[in-house]
Ligand binder design. Structure first.
Ligand SMILES: [Zn+2]
Length: 322
Protein backbone atom coordinates (compact mmCIF):
# COMPACT_ATOMS: atom_id res chain seq x y z
CA UNK A 1 0.00 0.00 0.00
CA UNK A 2 1.30 3.49 -0.70
CA UNK A 3 1.92 5.51 2.45
CA UNK A 4 0.56 9.01 3.00
CA UNK A 5 3.62 10.91 1.67
CA UNK A 6 3.44 8.92 -1.56
CA UNK A 7 -0.23 9.81 -2.02
CA UNK A 8 0.63 13.46 -1.32
CA UNK A 9 3.33 13.27 -4.01
CA UNK A 10 0.63 12.03 -6.40
CA UNK A 11 -1.72 14.86 -5.35
CA UNK A 12 0.87 17.61 -5.83
CA UNK A 13 1.97 16.20 -9.16
CA UNK A 14 -1.52 15.63 -10.46
CA UNK A 15 -3.02 18.98 -9.50
CA UNK A 16 -0.68 20.89 -11.82
CA UNK A 17 -1.74 18.78 -14.76
CA UNK A 18 -5.49 18.38 -14.33
CA UNK A 19 -6.86 21.36 -12.40
CA UNK A 20 -9.23 23.44 -14.49
CA UNK A 21 -9.29 21.03 -17.42
CA UNK A 22 -12.46 19.56 -18.87
CA UNK A 23 -12.88 15.82 -19.44
CA UNK A 24 -13.68 15.29 -23.09
CA UNK A 25 -13.84 11.48 -23.24
CA UNK A 26 -13.44 8.42 -21.04
CA UNK A 27 -12.61 4.84 -21.97
CA UNK A 28 -13.02 2.05 -19.45
CA UNK A 29 -10.68 -0.68 -20.72
CA UNK A 30 -11.27 -3.02 -17.78
CA UNK A 31 -14.63 -2.80 -15.95
CA UNK A 32 -13.06 -4.35 -12.83
CA UNK A 33 -11.28 -1.05 -12.21
CA UNK A 34 -14.61 0.81 -11.92
CA UNK A 35 -16.39 -1.92 -9.93
CA UNK A 36 -16.75 0.41 -6.94
CA UNK A 37 -18.96 2.64 -9.09
CA UNK A 38 -22.28 1.00 -8.21
CA UNK A 39 -24.21 2.08 -11.32
CA UNK A 40 -21.70 0.60 -13.76
CA UNK A 41 -19.18 1.77 -16.35
CA UNK A 42 -21.74 3.59 -18.53
CA UNK A 43 -22.88 5.75 -15.64
CA UNK A 44 -19.25 6.32 -14.59
CA UNK A 45 -18.42 7.65 -18.05
CA UNK A 46 -21.60 9.75 -18.17
CA UNK A 47 -20.67 11.47 -14.90
CA UNK A 48 -17.20 12.39 -16.11
CA UNK A 49 -17.77 13.52 -19.69
CA UNK A 50 -18.10 17.31 -19.91
CA UNK A 51 -17.10 17.83 -16.28
CA UNK A 52 -14.15 19.99 -15.25
CA UNK A 53 -11.69 18.97 -12.54
CA UNK A 54 -11.67 21.81 -10.00
CA UNK A 55 -8.98 20.49 -7.65
CA UNK A 56 -7.18 17.42 -6.27
CA UNK A 57 -7.86 16.80 -2.57
CA UNK A 58 -6.32 14.37 -0.10
CA UNK A 59 -7.17 13.29 3.44
CA UNK A 60 -5.09 10.45 4.87
CA UNK A 61 -4.55 8.09 1.94
CA UNK A 62 -7.85 9.06 0.28
CA UNK A 63 -7.52 11.08 -2.93
CA UNK A 64 -10.31 12.70 -4.95
CA UNK A 65 -10.92 15.24 -7.72
CA UNK A 66 -14.00 17.46 -7.25
CA UNK A 67 -15.95 17.84 -10.50
CA UNK A 68 -17.97 20.83 -11.72
CA UNK A 69 -19.94 21.53 -14.88
CA UNK A 70 -17.26 22.15 -17.49
CA UNK A 71 -19.41 24.67 -19.41
CA UNK A 72 -19.87 26.90 -16.35
CA UNK A 73 -16.33 26.66 -15.00
CA UNK A 74 -13.79 29.47 -15.01
CA UNK A 75 -10.76 28.23 -13.03
CA UNK A 76 -9.32 31.68 -12.26
CA UNK A 77 -12.55 33.21 -11.05
CA UNK A 78 -13.29 31.76 -7.62
CA UNK A 79 -16.47 33.79 -7.18
CA UNK A 80 -18.02 32.39 -10.30
CA UNK A 81 -16.82 28.83 -9.67
CA UNK A 82 -19.73 26.44 -9.20
CA UNK A 83 -19.67 24.33 -6.03
CA UNK A 84 -18.81 20.70 -6.83
CA UNK A 85 -21.37 18.07 -5.82
CA UNK A 86 -19.46 14.97 -6.87
CA UNK A 87 -15.85 13.88 -7.12
CA UNK A 88 -13.78 11.34 -9.01
CA UNK A 89 -12.27 9.14 -6.33
CA UNK A 90 -8.98 7.37 -7.01
CA UNK A 91 -8.29 4.33 -4.87
CA UNK A 92 -4.71 3.30 -5.58
CA UNK A 93 -4.83 -0.07 -3.82
CA UNK A 94 -1.56 -1.98 -3.98
CA UNK A 95 -0.32 -1.04 -7.42
CA UNK A 96 -2.54 1.70 -8.86
CA UNK A 97 -0.85 4.53 -10.76
CA UNK A 98 -2.14 7.76 -12.27
CA UNK A 99 -0.06 8.74 -15.28
CA UNK A 100 -0.22 11.79 -17.52
CA UNK A 101 0.65 10.82 -21.08
CA UNK A 102 0.65 12.26 -24.57
CA UNK A 103 -1.74 10.48 -26.94
CA UNK A 104 1.20 9.19 -29.00
CA UNK A 105 2.67 7.23 -26.09
CA UNK A 106 1.77 3.53 -26.43
CA UNK A 107 -0.59 2.14 -23.82
CA UNK A 108 0.92 0.70 -20.67
CA UNK A 109 0.49 -3.06 -20.31
CA UNK A 110 -1.95 -2.72 -17.41
CA UNK A 111 -3.87 0.39 -18.48
CA UNK A 112 -7.44 0.20 -17.12
CA UNK A 113 -9.04 3.61 -17.68
CA UNK A 114 -8.17 6.43 -20.09
CA UNK A 115 -9.44 9.96 -19.42
CA UNK A 116 -8.95 12.53 -22.20
CA UNK A 117 -8.62 16.14 -21.09
CA UNK A 118 -9.17 19.40 -22.95
CA UNK A 119 -5.88 20.42 -24.63
CA UNK A 120 -3.54 22.73 -22.77
CA UNK A 121 -0.30 24.14 -24.12
CA UNK A 122 2.74 22.08 -23.15
CA UNK A 123 0.78 19.49 -21.19
CA UNK A 124 -0.13 15.89 -21.97
CA UNK A 125 -3.81 15.23 -22.68
CA UNK A 126 -4.39 11.81 -21.21
CA UNK A 127 -4.81 10.80 -17.60
CA UNK A 128 -4.30 7.04 -17.47
CA UNK A 129 -5.15 4.74 -14.59
CA UNK A 130 -2.77 1.80 -14.65
CA UNK A 131 -3.12 -1.05 -12.17
CA UNK A 132 -1.35 -4.37 -12.33
CA UNK A 133 -3.07 -6.11 -9.45
CA UNK A 134 -6.56 -4.57 -9.76
CA UNK A 135 -6.99 -3.87 -6.05
CA UNK A 136 -7.38 -0.17 -6.84
CA UNK A 137 -10.02 1.59 -8.87
CA UNK A 138 -11.88 4.76 -9.83
CA UNK A 139 -15.44 5.79 -9.03
CA UNK A 140 -17.62 8.86 -8.83
CA UNK A 141 -18.92 9.70 -5.39
CA UNK A 142 -20.97 12.42 -3.69
CA UNK A 143 -19.30 15.21 -1.75
CA UNK A 144 -20.77 15.83 1.71
CA UNK A 145 -20.20 18.66 4.23
CA UNK A 146 -17.35 18.07 6.69
CA UNK A 147 -18.46 17.44 10.28
CA UNK A 148 -16.29 20.26 11.68
CA UNK A 149 -16.97 22.77 8.91
CA UNK A 150 -13.27 22.83 8.00
CA UNK A 151 -11.73 21.95 4.63
CA UNK A 152 -12.21 18.38 3.41
CA UNK A 153 -8.48 17.86 3.24
CA UNK A 154 -5.29 19.20 1.69
CA UNK A 155 -6.20 21.06 -1.51
CA UNK A 156 -5.31 24.07 -3.65
CA UNK A 157 -8.63 25.84 -2.96
CA UNK A 158 -10.02 24.09 0.11
CA UNK A 159 -13.80 23.67 0.44
CA UNK A 160 -15.73 22.36 3.48
CA UNK A 161 -16.68 19.26 1.48
CA UNK A 162 -15.42 15.70 1.69
CA UNK A 163 -15.87 12.58 -0.43
CA UNK A 164 -18.49 10.38 1.27
CA UNK A 165 -16.10 7.42 1.52
CA UNK A 166 -13.57 9.49 3.47
CA UNK A 167 -16.05 11.24 5.79
CA UNK A 168 -15.51 8.75 8.63
CA UNK A 169 -11.75 9.21 8.86
CA UNK A 170 -9.98 11.74 11.08
CA UNK A 171 -7.69 14.44 9.76
CA UNK A 172 -4.07 13.43 9.11
CA UNK A 173 -0.95 14.96 10.71
CA UNK A 174 -0.17 17.06 7.61
CA UNK A 175 -3.64 18.66 7.56
CA UNK A 176 -3.46 22.34 8.64
CA UNK A 177 -6.90 21.93 10.28
CA UNK A 178 -5.77 19.02 12.47
CA UNK A 179 -6.87 19.72 16.06
CA UNK A 180 -4.36 18.53 18.65
CA UNK A 181 -6.82 19.17 21.50
CA UNK A 182 -9.44 16.93 19.92
CA UNK A 183 -6.80 14.26 19.19
CA UNK A 184 -5.54 14.32 22.77
CA UNK A 185 -9.04 14.17 24.28
CA UNK A 186 -9.96 11.16 22.14
CA UNK A 187 -6.62 9.46 22.76
CA UNK A 188 -7.00 9.69 26.54
CA UNK A 189 -10.48 8.18 26.39
CA UNK A 190 -9.33 5.05 24.52
CA UNK A 191 -8.23 2.22 26.73
CA UNK A 192 -5.73 0.89 24.26
CA UNK A 193 -2.05 0.80 23.37
CA UNK A 194 -0.39 3.77 21.68
CA UNK A 195 0.46 2.10 18.37
CA UNK A 196 -3.00 0.61 17.98
CA UNK A 197 -4.36 4.14 18.52
CA UNK A 198 -2.02 5.63 15.91
CA UNK A 199 -3.22 3.06 13.35
CA UNK A 200 -6.89 3.89 14.11
CA UNK A 201 -8.06 6.01 11.15
CA UNK A 202 -10.93 7.39 13.22
CA UNK A 203 -8.45 9.03 15.60
CA UNK A 204 -5.73 10.20 13.21
CA UNK A 205 -5.52 9.11 9.58
CA UNK A 206 -2.69 8.22 7.24
CA UNK A 207 -0.30 6.58 9.71
CA UNK A 208 0.56 3.07 8.55
CA UNK A 209 2.74 0.44 10.21
CA UNK A 210 6.07 1.86 9.01
CA UNK A 211 5.30 5.44 10.03
CA UNK A 212 3.93 4.34 13.40
CA UNK A 213 7.18 2.53 14.22
CA UNK A 214 9.29 5.46 13.04
CA UNK A 215 7.20 8.07 14.90
CA UNK A 216 7.28 6.05 18.14
CA UNK A 217 11.06 5.67 17.87
CA UNK A 218 11.50 9.42 17.36
CA UNK A 219 9.18 10.13 20.28
CA UNK A 220 11.00 7.56 22.44
CA UNK A 221 7.71 5.87 23.34
CA UNK A 222 6.83 2.16 23.39
CA UNK A 223 4.01 0.86 21.19
CA UNK A 224 2.18 -0.74 24.13
CA UNK A 225 2.04 2.45 26.22
CA UNK A 226 -1.56 2.76 27.53
CA UNK A 227 -3.08 5.83 25.87
CA UNK A 228 -5.02 6.84 28.99
CA UNK A 229 -1.71 7.39 30.83
CA UNK A 230 -0.17 9.63 28.15
CA UNK A 231 0.75 13.14 29.20
CA UNK A 232 -0.11 16.01 26.90
CA UNK A 233 3.57 16.58 26.11
CA UNK A 234 4.02 12.92 25.15
CA UNK A 235 1.01 12.96 22.84
CA UNK A 236 2.35 16.14 21.27
CA UNK A 237 5.75 14.47 20.83
CA UNK A 238 4.38 11.43 19.03
CA UNK A 239 2.18 13.57 16.78
CA UNK A 240 5.05 15.94 15.95
CA UNK A 241 7.22 12.90 15.26
CA UNK A 242 4.75 11.39 12.81
CA UNK A 243 4.51 14.73 11.02
CA UNK A 244 8.33 15.01 10.85
CA UNK A 245 8.75 11.50 9.45
CA UNK A 246 6.16 12.25 6.76
CA UNK A 247 7.70 15.63 5.88
CA UNK A 248 11.15 14.01 5.59
CA UNK A 249 9.71 11.40 3.24
CA UNK A 250 8.02 14.14 1.20
CA UNK A 251 11.27 16.08 0.96
CA UNK A 252 13.06 12.93 -0.23
CA UNK A 253 10.35 12.33 -2.84
CA UNK A 254 10.33 15.98 -3.91
CA UNK A 255 12.20 15.48 -7.13
CA UNK A 256 9.33 13.48 -8.61
CA UNK A 257 6.79 16.32 -8.25
CA UNK A 258 7.52 17.76 -11.68
CA UNK A 259 7.75 14.42 -13.39
CA UNK A 260 5.39 13.55 -16.16
CA UNK A 261 4.88 10.25 -14.43
CA UNK A 262 2.79 10.76 -11.34
CA UNK A 263 3.84 7.46 -9.90
CA UNK A 264 2.96 6.10 -6.49
CA UNK A 265 5.50 3.32 -6.61
CA UNK A 266 9.03 4.21 -5.64
CA UNK A 267 8.09 7.88 -5.60
CA UNK A 268 10.45 8.37 -2.72
CA UNK A 269 13.60 6.41 -2.03
CA UNK A 270 13.10 7.43 1.58
CA UNK A 271 12.59 3.98 3.03
CA UNK A 272 15.95 2.72 1.86
CA UNK A 273 17.94 5.49 3.48
CA UNK A 274 16.28 7.02 6.46
CA UNK A 275 14.63 4.36 8.58
CA UNK A 276 15.58 4.28 12.24
CA UNK A 277 13.40 1.44 13.54
CA UNK A 278 11.29 -0.29 10.87
CA UNK A 279 13.07 -3.27 9.31
CA UNK A 280 16.22 -2.68 11.38
CA UNK A 281 15.81 -5.65 13.75
CA UNK A 282 19.16 -7.00 14.92
CA UNK A 283 20.92 -3.72 14.13
CA UNK A 284 22.15 -1.15 16.65
CA UNK A 285 19.81 1.71 17.62
CA UNK A 286 21.34 4.83 16.02
CA UNK A 287 20.35 7.15 18.85
CA UNK A 288 21.74 4.88 21.56
CA UNK A 289 24.92 4.25 19.55
CA UNK A 290 25.45 8.02 19.26
CA UNK A 291 25.27 8.19 23.08
CA UNK A 292 27.76 5.35 23.43
CA UNK A 293 25.13 2.84 24.55
CA UNK A 294 24.83 -0.61 23.01
CA UNK A 295 21.21 -1.42 22.11
CA UNK A 296 19.79 -3.69 19.41
CA UNK A 297 16.46 -2.97 17.65
CA UNK A 298 13.85 -5.66 18.36
CA UNK A 299 11.11 -6.95 16.10
CA UNK A 300 7.96 -8.26 17.79
CA UNK A 301 4.61 -9.58 16.56
CA UNK A 302 1.88 -6.95 16.65
CA UNK A 303 -1.67 -7.16 15.22
CA UNK A 304 -0.65 -9.71 12.54
CA UNK A 305 2.21 -7.43 11.61
CA UNK A 306 5.34 -6.43 13.50
CA UNK A 307 6.68 -3.67 15.68
CA UNK A 308 10.25 -2.45 15.81
CA UNK A 309 11.55 -0.83 18.98
CA UNK A 310 14.72 -0.07 20.86
CA UNK A 311 14.59 -1.79 24.28
CA UNK A 312 16.76 0.94 25.84
CA UNK A 313 15.33 4.26 24.65
CA UNK A 314 11.74 2.96 24.17
CA UNK A 315 11.32 0.87 27.32
CA UNK A 316 8.26 -1.36 27.63
CA UNK A 317 5.66 0.08 30.02
CA UNK A 318 4.76 -1.99 33.06
CA UNK A 319 1.04 -2.11 32.32
CA UNK A 320 1.35 -2.20 28.55
CA UNK A 321 -1.70 -2.53 26.31
CA UNK A 322 -1.91 -4.03 22.87
ZN1 LIG B 1 17.82 3.29 21.48
Amino acid sequence: MPELPEVEVVRRGLVNWVRGRTISAVEVLDPRSVRRHALGAGDFIGNLQGAAVSDVVRRGKFLWMPLVDGAAYAPDNQHAAPVPEVALMAHLGMSGQLLMQDPGVPDEKHIKVRIRLSPREGMPDQLRFVDQRIFGGLFVTALVPTDDGGPGGLAESPLPLIAGEAAHIARDPLDPSFSFDLFYQRLRKRKTGLKRALLDQGLVSGIGNIYADEALWRARLHYARPTDTLRRSEAQRVLDSSREVMLDALAAGGTSFDSLYVNVNGASGYFDRSLNAYGRQGEPCKRCAAAGIQAIIRREQFMNRSSHTCPVCQPRPRNGRW
